[in-house]
Write a new protein. Structure first.
Length: 251
């Protein structure tokens, strides 16, 4: 598959950018619908937050990638901003996006847990769509395999790890958005379950990839996944104990 969808006025438009934009649009649309069902959140909170979350999130995803590939980018500084060619580390984007959400909620005086519970399900959907941009770029694949769903990359059949993560995120989105949002027991339940499930899945999927970023001998994404699992378990338990035994469903 060609990474270029079409060209206009001599400028190549890549599938990577189109899919990321599509994922972001659907996330904002569906997140806004979910937020309207939550009386604890102001109108258009998702659209308002996304202006900052998307910009800084993409910056964080790129910064994360560049930092852990600095041996290359220190010699090719002109490529640092070339995100249209790929090279966004989603975990870096999630970390920066969460920091922006905390600051945003402090300024707007709204509950960070309520906002995160609205954002988490749709972020999973955006990730699921965006991963297909990796397929178009021929990246984020795994090692050799003879499984029937293997894909061919440079003449070799390999694990389609982008597909594994996409399916993982579709499952998270469906579970959180359509099922758990109506049965939520306490603020933070959706977001911490998202963080927990995604991090567990990412840990194992990362072990199959051949293009992982590393911290010394360790895969960066796996280290971050373990930290995120610990954080998610802690705050899930903290919020559950803190909250009254009442349903906080988004009707």
């Amino acid at each position: 598959m060609s990474p270029i969808a079409f060209s206009i006025f001599g400028i190549d438009v890549r599938w990577y950018g189109i899919l990321i934009a599509l994922g972001a649009f659907l996330a904002i649309y569906l997140g806004d619908r979910l937020a309207k069902k939550n009386p604890a959140l102001p109108k258009d909170v998702v659209t308002d937050y996304s202006i900052y979350g998307l910009i800084f999130g993409v910056m964080g995803a790129r910064l994360h990638y560049v930092i852990f590939q600095w041996d290359y980018y220190s010699q090719h500084t002109n490529e640092i901003l070339a995100i249209r060619n790929g090279g966004l580390a989603i975990q870096g984007g999630l970390i920066v996006g969460a920091i922006v959400a905390i600051v945003y909620c402090k300024i707007k005086k709204i509950s960070i847990w309520e906002l995160l519970d609205v954002i988490a399900p749709v972020v999973a959907l955006a990730q699921a769509i965006g991963r297909w941009g990796n397929f178009a770029n021929g990246e984020a694949h795994g090692g050799p395999t003879n499984l029937p769903w293997a894909i061919e990359v440079q003449g070799q059949m390999v694990h389609p790890t982008f597909l594994y993560e996409s399916l993982l995120n579709v499952g998270i989105f469906l579970f959180l958005y359509f099922f758990l949002s109506k049965r939520r027991k306490f603020p933070g339940q959706l977001s911490m379950l998202y963080l927990m499930i995604y991090s567990v899945g990412r840990f194992f999927i990362e072990g199959l990839r051949t293009d992982s970023l590393y911290i010394g001998p360790l895969r960066t994404a796996q280290v971050i996944s373990i930290i995120c699992i610990i954080i998610a378990i802690f705050f899930y338990g903290y919020q559950r104990r803190k909250s009254h035994p009442t349903k906080y469903e988004m009707k």
